[in-house]
Design a protein. Structure first.
Length: 179
């Protein structure tokens, strides 16, 4: 197992332990659920989470196709045909002090950002003095930018996508964090 996968697994097991421990400790208090009910609740919550991840990963084939065409036309020259990057190391500033285009697959940091943050990066381009990515606002429609974001997230492995959804996208959607 990779380090990220072990970390996610450990986090889930730790969460399950605390829920079950809380159920055992509070079993005699008021109307707290019995340990067996708490275990069923945790299992149902985990199942619901898995359903949410799977539902989020079900791409509209037409949107995915549009995103792939747009990516090939506008992004692949700098980010690679499959988002693998074209400049290594991608995380070291170049001779002019600018960051090179990062890979957008799951080998770099794109998956650390929400869909909203990825769309904003496409709209705005690189901040001045940081990189050479152009701003696409006014050149691409909001729908085309959304298509690109879907294409980018489709490049991520199931493991990375699940981690991203759990640690970044779902908390952003719930308003718990801003990224």
């Amino acid at each position: 197992m990779t380090g990220r996968r072990v970390s996610v697994l450990q986090g889930r097991l730790c969460g399950l332990f605390f829920v079950l421990a809380a159920a055992v400790v509070t079993a005699g208090c008021g109307e707290a659920p019995a340990p067996a009910q708490a275990a069923r609740d945790v299992k149902a919550e985990a199942s619901g989470y898995a359903d949410a991840v799977n539902a989020a990963r079900r791409y509209d084939p037409a949107q995915l196709a549009r995103g792939g065409v747009l990516f090939a036309r506008h992004c692949a020259g700098c980010h690679g045909a499959r988002g693998e990057g074209t400049v290594m190391p991608w995380n070291v500033r170049g001779p002019g002090g600018l960051w090179p285009p990062p890979p957008l697959d799951d080998s770099a940091h794109a998956w650390h950002h929400s869909t909203a943050a990825l769309a904003q990066a496409i709209r705005s381009g690189s901040p001045p003095g940081e990189g050479n990515m152009p701003a696409w606002e006014g050149k691409l429609t909001p729908e085309q930018i959304a298509d690109l974001v879907v294409w980018i997230t489709s490049l991520w492995s199931e493991e990375i996508y699940t981690t991203w959804f759990e640690q970044v996208e779902a908390p952003v959607r719930r308003g718990e964090i801003v990224r």
